[in-house]
Structures are given as C-alpha cells and as structure tokens.
Design a protein around this ligand. Structure first.
Ligand code: NAP
Length: 223
C-alpha cells in the first residue's frame, strides 16, 4: 500500500497506540479520520495529524458502521481502516463481573469485527484492514484470561477474514504487540496489573506496523 496520500480511518486514535499510529501515518503523508470517545484527547490528535475528528463509542451496535460511513464521507473514500481501540482487565476470572466481561468482548472483539465488516463494504481493491490484537492472543496469560480470550478471538477472526477478503483484494493485518508504554495498564476495567517489565515505545511499535502495512506483509515484525 502507498501510505502517502492514503485515506485512513484510525479508531482508538485518542489512545496511546492509536495516537502513535495516527502520527506515523500522517508523517508518511496519509490523510486521516481519527476516532475515539474522549473529545479532548481526540481533538489533540486531530490537530497534531491534520485529521478529521469523529467521536464515537464503538460498543454501540451501529457505531462501527456509522463511523466507517462518516470517515469515507469526510475523506472521499477509504484506503485503510485501523482498529486500535481496546480495554484491559486484570485478575482471576472469578473476580471479573459480567459487566467487565461484556465490555472486554464488546470493545476488543465485537467492535473490530463490526468495523472490519463495514470496512469491507467501503474499501476498494488494494485496501487494508489493520486490527490491533495483542501478544496474549499467542500466549494466553493467567490473571488476564478474559482479555487473552478477547484478543485470541480477534486474531482467529483476522486469520479467517484474510481468506474471505482475498477475492476483494483487501489486505488484512493482525498485529499482536507486546507490553507497550501507552498507559493502558493504568486504566483497567478491573483489577491491578501485575508487575511488568519496561514496555516498548508506542512510536517504535507504530513505525513497525506502518512498515508492515506499506509492505502488504502478513505479519508485522514488532522486534
Ligand atoms: N499497551 C499495551 O501494552 C498493549 C499491548 C498489546 C496490545 N494492545 C492493544 O492496543 C490497543 C490500544 O491500546 P492502548 O495501549 O493504546 O490503550 P489506551 O491508550 O487506553 O487506548 C485505548 C483506546 O481505545 C479506545 N476505546 C476504549 N473503549 C472504547 C469504546 N467503547 N469505543 C470507542 N473507543 C474506545 C479509547 O478511546 P477513548 O480514550 O477516547 O475513550 C482509546 O482510544 C488495544 O486494543 C490494546 O489491547 C496494547
């Protein structure tokens, strides 16, 4: 994919990872629609990237579809849709109530699935879908069982979607970053994070993801 001039929707752009992705894409010449729930953080990233700000809660069932339509309207079409929205919860599953389980799967799994479904209707040949999963999809982790499951489900979806989207010549990139210093672990839906080693830099992860997007790679080399 040619990043320079590409029209890209970044959902979760008000967050650490999505914000870094939006900056990297904008630095390489992409035209952006940036989305999140928090109007203040979203306005900041829109200003930094020259992007169009679209406030949207992705857990509303029609939210993802409406977001893709709005972004396509704003940019005159779409070449890529990136989902970097997500939430985390810590602690044994016996300590996670239904509200937390539902929110984990609504944001981490159903939202990107709905966003991808809408994206397939909006992207032309050569378009791309990028879903930010997590390393726990490959290495399910005690104390993060439900989070791991929500990400493993997304990664399984992406693997099958890649085959479904082949005929439409839409590329699907599933990225599974390790712990990254975005502040995500400081705002869990529930529980306390385990003691974690220093995480990766969001800008470095973002650069590697955009490299993979530019190369139409099946996997991002996150180092
Ligand atoms: N940080 C890590 O160590 C790490 C590692 C692997 C994978 N990941 C994944 O990377 C993605 C981004 O996480 P992050 O680290 O950047 O965390 P973050 O800074 O907390 O950002 C999370 C983003 O998700 C958005 N979001 C949450 N709930 C939403 C909802 N209901 N509707 C719409 N947007 C919603 C937030 O929007 P608002 O702030 O506007 O509400 C924010 O933009 C997540 O999927 C996460 O699982 C992170």
């Amino acid at each position: 994919m040619e990043i320079d001039g590409a029209r890209v929707l970044v959902a979760g752009a008000s967050g650490g990872m999505g914000g870094a992705l939006a900056r990297e894409l904008a630095d390489r010449g992409a035209r952006l629609a940036v989305s999140g729930r928090h109007p203040g953080r979203l306005a900041a990233i829109a200003t930094a990237t020259g992007g169009v700000a679209l406030v949207r809660d992705l857990t509303e069932p029609t939210g993802p579809e409406q977001l893709v339509a709005q972004a396509a309207d704003a940019l005159g079409g779409l070449d890529a849709v990136v989902c970097a929205a997500g939430v985390v919860a810590f602690g044994p599953v016996t300590e996670l109530d239904d509200r937390v389980l539902t929110q984990l799967f609504n944001v981490n799994t159903l939202a990107p699935i709905r966003l991808s479904r809408a994206a397939l209707g909006a992207l032309g040949e050569g378009g791309a879908i990028v879903n930010v999963s997590a390393i726990v999809a490959d290495m399910p982790t005690a104390g993060m069982a439900a989070y791991s499951a929500s990400k493993a489900a997304l990664t399984a979806f992406d693997a099958a979607l890649r085959r479904e989207a082949r005929r439409a010549r839409v590329h699907v990139l599933d990225v599974r970053p390790p712990h990254t210093e975005t502040g995500l672990t400081e705002r869990p839906l529930a529980g306390e994070p385990p003691r974690l080693a220093q995480g990766r830099e969001p800008a470095d992860i973002a650069r590697r993801i955009v490299d993979a997007l530019a190369a139409d790679a099946a996997e991002a080399d996150l180092g």
